[in-house]
Write a protein that binds this ligand. Structure first.
Ligand code: CDP
Ligand code: CDP
Length: 221
């Protein structure tokens, strides 16, 4: 029997950073589901697919092959055989990912891939609908959030460190728009599962968040 930790919450809450650390200390596999939506978003952007046209969208989805590979323990995303791990981290792709994530056919394509990954190994999986929809029987569910100001500040720092020019106001607006779309979509919206532990990371360090998740997991193992 494998053990699954589901971490959901809005953008910039610290899900992937905390999930990665917790996975390391528990020796679980970290699965970043947002990267899968980003990869589909990237394909649609680069190929100028009209995602609001059903036929065009379906044809494009049929052409997309997504693979996750682990290189020295780090998840890499492959799109039709090409490593796109770095290219999926731009603000344009963030926006497109959240638009395509509202389309049922897109979610359908990723559902089994995500469930299969959790069936065969112990995972820490993060996203928006992991505890509510993908892994409803996960042994531990966390709803991780933080104020929108703090989340925007974190993303801003990240982009500045990468040498990218950006304004914190633009980032906060992008994050708020994305949250709104993720919460209000019909299919698998972002919400806290009834049995999820609520964690507000606004005043917590990354290490504190990861330690809390690791501790909760150990209690249930
Ligand atoms: O995955 P998610 O969008 O929820 O957030 P993330 O990408 O893990 O975290 C966004 C940024 O916030 C990262 O650069 C983290 O290092 C930082 N962070 C932080 O400074 N303090 C925390 N308690 C959590 C994250
Ligand atoms: O890292 P950040 O929180 O900015 O975003 P992400 O986790 O990489 O996810 C990008 C987008 O994918 C989100 O804004 C969601 O619209 C979508 N997503 C989703 O709908 N369901 C998931 N399980 C994961 C991501």
């Amino acid at each position: 029997m494998s053990f699954a930790i589901a971490i959901d919450g809005p953008a910039g809450a610290g899900k992937s950073s905390a999930a990665k650390k917790a996975a390391e200390s528990l020796r679980f596999v970290y699965v970043d589901t947002g990267a899968m939506y980003r990869t589909i978003g990237l394909y649609m952007l680069e190929n100028q697919v009209r995602v609001d046209e059903e036929e065009a969208l379906k044809a494009a989805l049929d052409r997309i092959r997504i693979e996750l590979k682990y290189e020295e323990g780090v998840q890499r995303m492959y799109l039709n055989g090409e490593d796109v791990s770095d290219r999926i981290r731009t603000p344009e792709v963030s926006e497109k990912a959240s638009v395509v994530a509202a389309i049922p056919a897109v979610r359908e394509k990723l559902l089994n891939l995500q469930r299969d990954m959790a069936a065969s190994q112990d995972v820490v999986m993060d996203g928006r609908d992991i505890g509510t929809n993908i892994l409803p029987d996960a042994e531990l569910k966390i709803y991780l959030t933080a104020s929108v100001e703090e989340r925007a500040r974190r993303r801003y720092q990240e982009l500045i460190q990468k040498g990218e020019e950006c304004s914190i106001e633009d980032i906060q607006r992008d994050i708020a728009d994305r949250d709104y779309r993720d919460i209000h979509r019909e299919t698998a919206p972002l919400r806290q599962a009834e049995d999820a532990v609520y964690l507000d990371s606004s005043d917590m360090t990354l290490d504190e968040v990861a330690a809390e998740i690791t501790c909760l997991a150990k209690e249930r193992m």
